[in-house]
Ligand binder design. Structure first.
Ligand SMILES: C[S@@+](CC[C@H](N)C(=O)[O-])C[C@H]1O[C@@H](n2cnc3c(N)ncnc32)[C@H](O)[C@@H]1O
Ligand SMILES: [Zn+2]
Length: 292
């Protein structure tokens, strides 16, 4: 069995001791010519010598689009709100469930990609609890999010990239995770290996129901997310539902700030919802595991 070693810089010692070395970021491809990247310490180079510096926070920026709409992703305020909320452990049951599913469907030496990873809460949890020989990749369009991820966990290869144009070779991912993030099914089909699996997490109808009631009163509606993963085929579908308590306006604010309501709802309605100060909220996650 090979032993995989993740390194951020020099490979000499590991090579000398006979390890099979997987250098950081070498699973990614050049966004200009699509050839493989080689890690030469502080930078990665492709076969045609295009160069991408590794940021001091330990991430790679492979988003070369000049369009401002392609550079967005979540802003710093949303990222920090999500970080504070997730670090409080309220979605840990989901993180634990993902560890279970990832272990069930992928094993030693596989490549896992967390697509639209945010600051990396789920991929970091999986990496710390699960198989160490996996290569963990995590991509997001938001520089603020990827910067935090890179600083927090050097065992995950964080990269700024657009989920609609991934800097990854065809069939190079064995396990793809997409938690509440936008995706292009064609791009997922392209990067997923022939026996690869994809796990999607999405809100069920009553996810955050009490929060929605608190914001919208009688105008609350249940259905706001349609799932369609074709041509991927579903092999397991499950739900995870439980209640958690928010005990301050700041906690309610963080949860609201990490949801789409922050884009679509007048500020005064959100502030009114925060003023409640304390509430019990239902989490209700839909989880689908799919294969090609
Ligand atoms: C609802 S958040 C989920 C983040 C993370 N999966 C989590 O659950 O903590 C959606 C994420 O998708 C990212 N995003 C939005 N558009 C994207 C795109 N075109 N490519 C990559 N990431 C994108 C945002 O920056 C944000 O981090
Ligand atoms: Zn290149």
């Amino acid at each position: 069995m090979s032993i995989f070693v993740k390194l951020s810089g020099k490979i000499d010692n590991a090579k000398a001791s006979g390890y099979n070395v997987v250098m950081k970021f070498e699973k990614y491809c050049c966004p200009i010519c699509s050839s493989k990247l080689a890690n030469r310490g502080k930078s990665c180079f492709c076969e045609r010598n295009h160069c991408f510096d590794i940021a001091k926070e330990n991430y790679l920026n492979l988003n070369i689009s000049q369009k401002s709409s392609d550079k967005a992703g979540d802003n710093k305020e949303m990222i920090l709100a999500r970080k504070e909320f997730l670090q409080s452990g309220k979605y840990q049951p989901l993180a634990d469930k993902l560890v279970e599913l990832v272990d069930k469907y992928s094993g030693v030496g596989s490549v896992l990609l967390d697509l639209g990873c945010g600051w990396g809460y789920y991929v970091n949890h999986i990496q710390s609890k699960s198989e160490k020989s996996r290569t963990y990749l995590a991509t997001d369009l938001s520089k603020d999010a990827i910067k935090i991820g890179g600083k927090l966990n050097t065992y995950v290869d964080f990269c700024i990239a657009n989920s609609y144009h991934l800097p990854l070779a065809d069939k190079s991912v064995d396990m793809l995770l997409c938690v509440f993030s936008p995706y292009a099914i064609d791009e997922i089909m392209r990067v997923l290996s022939d026996d690869g699996k994809a796990i999607f997490v999405y809100p069920n109808d009553y996810h955050l129901w009490e929060l929605k009631q608190n914001i919208y009163g009688d105008n609350v509606h249940t259905k706001d997310f349609e799932v369609d993963f074709a041509p991927l085929k579903e092999i397991e579908k499950t739900s995870l539902a439980y209640s958690f308590e928010l005990t301050s306006s700041a906690q309610i604010h963080n949860l609201i700030t990490m949801t789409p309501y922050v884009y679509t709802t007048p500020k005064y309605m959100l502030e009114r919802a925060e003023d409640v100060g304390k509430m019990q909220v239902r989490a209700d996650f839909g989880i689908s595991v799919l294969e090609k």
